[in-house]
Design a protein around this ligand. Structure first.
Ligand SMILES: Cc1cc2nc3c(=O)[nH]c(=O)nc-3n(C[C@H](O)[C@H](O)[C@H](O)COP(=O)(O)OP(=O)(O)OC[C@H]3O[C@@H](n4cnc5c(N)ncnc54)[C@H](O)[C@@H]3O)c2cc1C
Length: 448
């Protein structure tokens, strides 16, 4: 008999998980409290666009190669960062060693495309994915029997299921229900950082006002602005700064002088009045990370995506990592001949170290983006890293490459290998600096 799974959350990760599980032969019910993206224009998404990279793309292809091609249509490759200094000068820093890119994609469009793929799937098969939008899941009963309780059209309802996958984001109800059932280690930490979005309009005839194939960064140490291109020639830029700073800029004059002083070229592109309007009126988001383990109860319930590992956005990996969760889960189901107990237990046991690793990398990357990218020492080390990566690619892989372009290297292995490489880089640096100092000393002693 076909087993039924309830997937809670039809966001990016839940929609992909629903498709993947349905393709494995499960009957799926997908719940989401938001309205159906096919019929609504509402936009309550966290960011307009995001970066999809190798791990995410591999997972999409794993679920369905042709589906991946369709949903990734129109992505804009970003081959590197473009650093904007205080005067508005720009400097390009490539991400990959061999022309690799991360890719800007419209979050809303991606979510809509995944839901449309579900509709397409439903047209071609008998066991369908049942979609329940505007449906608030209030509780999950994890055992005896497994059920999902929810409110739909004002009515309290309950579905009995064989198992539940929680993909309901950072404030997950499924995680809360799971916590009552298992000894879950759990931590939630807000970082003192607020983000808000601004819009850089297209230039003449829909042209891009900045290079679309770069992720633009205005690094200013304790705050920064970034911008990613959209297909229509516009850019979405995001300001990150401490809550104290953002709240202190509470008048038109203060915002104007802060932006003119720090981001003069961005102000030219956005327009000063628009900057003030966005800064004072656009929604402000908090950033937090959630770390927990384990992720399952027997073969009855498992959490994935932000529900299991919400992270700060500085490595552009939250969604990519959530998509990777889906691929790993589906691969384990294959490995264990759809034995869910073994699958879920192995997933919890093996995934923890990688999720911890990416949470740490994401946190660390704020410093790299907001200040290191302007330091000569960082740039020297980065050059050396790149030279070694090109010379001995099978032995030396820069950290960014491992995380963003190499889904065959797990996040924890990436940290491990990069720590070893950092030691070599530091040693080489000291040798080069030592040799330079000796050379200089010799030169000046001869001059005397
Ligand atoms: C500013 C910013 C920029 C980012 N940039 C990137 C990036 O460049 N690359 C990247 O990979 N990641 C990025 N991320 C992270 C990424 O947005 C998340 O990791 C990703 O959205 C997680 O997807 P999810 O499906 O697990 O959760 P969500 O996207 O949060 O989806 C959860 C879904 O569950 C539904 N839900 C919640 N509660 C209930 C309930 N009780 N009942 C029913 N439904 C419910 C919600 O409506 C929602 O649709 C960024 C995040 C932020 C904040």
């Amino acid at each position: 008999m076909t087993e039924t799974v309830g997937v809670v959350g039809a966001g990016l990760v839940g929609a992909l998980a629903a498709l993947g599980l349905a393709k494995k032969g499960y009957s799926v019910i997908l719940y989401d409290l938001r309205a159906d993206p096919r019929t609504t224009k509402e936009n309550n998404f966290r960011s307009i666009n995001l970066a999809v990279s190798e791990r995410g793309i591999r997972a999409l292809k794993y679920v369905d190669e042709s589906m991946a091609d369709r949903v990734l249509e129109g992505i804009i490759p970003m081959y590197g960062r473009m650093i904007h200094d205080l005067e508005g000068n720009q400097e390009s820093q490539l991400y990959g060693l061999f022309g690799e890119s991360i890719n800007s994609i419209d979050r809303k469009q991606l979510n809509l495309s995944l839901v449309e793929e579900i509709e397409r799937f439903n047209k071609t098969t008998e066991h369908k994915i049942s979609l329940k939008f505007e449906c608030k899941v209030t509780n999950v009963q994890i055992k005896d029997p497994v059920s999902v309780e929810y409110i739909l059209n004002g009515e309290k309802l309950k579905d009995q299921l064989d198992f539940v996958v929680g993909a309901d984001g950072s404030y997950s109800v499924v995680r809360s229900s799971l916590q009552k059932q298992i000894r879950m280690n759990y931590s939630q930490e807000y970082i003192d950082m607020c983000y808000l979005e601004m819009y850089i309009p297209p230039g003449k005839k829909g042209s891009f006002q900045l290079n679309p194939n770069r992720l633009h960064i205005w690094p200013r140490q304790s705050y920064m602005l970034i911008a990613l291109a959209n297909q229509d020639g516009s850019f979405t830029s995001t300001f990150f700064g401490s809550w104290d700073l953002v709240e202190s800029l509470d008048t038109k004059d203060k915002v104007e002088s802060f932006f003119v002083e720090n981001f003069v070229d961005a102000v030219d592109l956005i327009g000063l009045n628009k900057v003030v309007d966005c800064f004072l009126n656009n929604p402000r988001g908090a950033l937090m990370q959630v770390n927990c383990n384990k992720y399952n109860f027997e073969d009855k319930c498992i959490i994935i995506g932000d529900a299991a590992h919400s992270m700060v956005p500085f490595y552009g990996q939250g969604m990519n990592c959530g998509f990777e969760d889906v691929r790993i889960l589906l691969e384990l189901l294959d490995k264990h001949g759809l034995n869910r107990g073994k699958t879920f237990d192995e997933y919890s046991a093996t995934r923890e170290k990688d999720l911890k690793a990416i949470l740490e990398l994401a946190l660390r990357n704020y410093k790299e983006m907001s200040s290191d990218v302007t330091s000569s020492l960082y740039l020297f080390r980065k050059k050396l890293d790149g030279v070694l990566g090109r010379l001995i690619p099978e032995k030396w892989v820069p950290l960014y490459t491992m995380v963003s372009f190499r889904s065959d290297i797990s996040y924890s292995k990436a940290i491990e290998q990069s720590q070893k490489q950092q030691k070599v880089l530091k040693w080489t640096e000291w040798s080069v600096l030592g040799a330079a100092a000796c050379g200089a000393a010799f030169y000046f002693s001869r001059k005397k």
